[in-house]
Design a protein around this ligand. Structure first.
Ligand SMILES: Nc1ncnc2c1ncn2[C@@H]1O[C@H](COP(=O)(O)OP(=O)(O)O)[C@@H](O)[C@H]1O
Ligand SMILES: [Mg+2]
Length: 319
């Protein structure tokens, strides 16, 4: 897509695409149609590495006249549900997220266990829109710079807020971000953890069996077995911002370890204002000690206004 086409598509119209995960599928055999006598499952919204998320109707709230009784309901997929501490893992996601309140983070409502089938689940706000991986399919050269800048600032602000509250995400990637009418929401803290010294008392689960970092977005130290840290979230968020800007993964969809071994060059996305490249490049450093901090990255993106050429065109100023 050339620059003209990008500006023309600045309203980011998202085509109603065929998201394969959303196709009608029968419910898993062991999942009843109504959980806790209250949540009526309507359809599958999506599946990830660990869970399945359904659209459900809260019959209790509906009974009291709630005009919008829908919730998103997350359970662990059948494979994971069999682990003895699977429910504790889901509770950990709930506990981490439920204490966060930010316009760019999903809001969690409750953690429950169905007494009959013993299945644990989380209810949360039903997000509208499309996940960012889906959006990027429709914008293979990336989003217009003004949109990239605005969404990057929202994402970085949400992440900084979570870090300030002591919560690390651990699985930042386009399929864990929903782009709604006018902003983004970050969700899926399933691999999240409390920062050292925060949320004392919350059980720290041994995640070695579950911690399937997403290789393309995992900082190299995580792939080497280090525990999750704030710098690893910075690496992942920088990969996503690079993709927002260019439509391409910074290291040709390779893991950081493979990129290092192949000595892949890192080039600046064409649409990124030059002044921002040092900050983004530093956020993609393989060495966590050299990687830029989240506040530094946020400061750099906040300071950068849409490029003059775009402003010129939008405001019809003389070039
Ligand atoms: N609150 C929500 N509202 C609407 N759809 C959601 C919501 N949460 C998750 N989804 C959909 O379900 C998919 C899987 O959810 P996610 O929490 O990422 O599960 P996993 O932990 O298995 O990756 C997402 O990619 C998204 O399409
Ligand atoms: Mg996910």
């Amino acid at each position: 897509m050339n620059a003209e086409a990008k500006v023309a598509s600045a309203d980011l119209t998202i085509m109603a695409g065929a998201n394969p995960a959303r196709a009608a599928r029968p419910l898993p055999r062991d999942l009843p149609g109504i959980l806790c006598g209250r949540y009526q499952i309507e359809r599958l919204l999506g599946v990830g590495g660990m869970g399945a998320v359904y659209r459900a109707r809260d019959l209790l709230r509906e009974q009291f006249g709630e005009p919008q009784p829908w919730v998103a309901l997350k359970t662990l997929s059948e494979d994971f549900a069999e682990y003895p501490d699977a429910s504790a893992l889901l509770y950990s996601e709930f506990a981490l997220t439920a204490r966060l309140s930010h316009r760019n983070l999903v809001r969690f409502y409750s953690f429950e266990v169905d007494p009959a089938c013993q299945r644990a689940f989380i209810t949360m706000e039903l997000l509208k829109g499309n996940t960012l991986d889906h959006v990027l399919h429709q914008y293979p050269s990336g989003l217009p710079w003004s949109e990239t800048q605005r969404l990057s600032v929202s994402l970085l602000e949400a992440l900084r807020y979570a870090h300030d509250q002591g919560v690390l995400h651990g699985d930042l990637k386009p399929s864990n971000l929903m782009l709604g009418d006018d902003d983004i929401r970050l969700f899926d803290f399933g691999l999240g953890q409390a920062r050292e010294g925060f949320l004392k008392g919350l059980p720290r689960l041994a995640r070695s069996r579950f911690a399937a970092w997403t290789p393309r977005y995992a900082a190299p130290e995580l792939l080497d077995g280090a525990t999750l840290n704030a710098a690893a979230d910075v690496y992942a968020v920088a990969c996503m911002i690079y993709e927002l800007c260019s439509g391409q993964h910074p290291f040709r969809r390779q893991s950081a370890k493979q990129a290092q071994a192949m000595e892949l060059p890192l080039t600046a996305p064409a649409d990124l204002p030059r002044a921002l490249w040092p900050a983004l490049r530093a956020a993609l450093e393989f060495d966590p000690a050299k990687r830029s901090s989240l506040p530094d990255l946020l400061r750099a993106f906040r300071a950068q206004r849409p490029s003059r050429s775009l402003l010129t065109r939008l405001l019809r100023l003389p070039a």
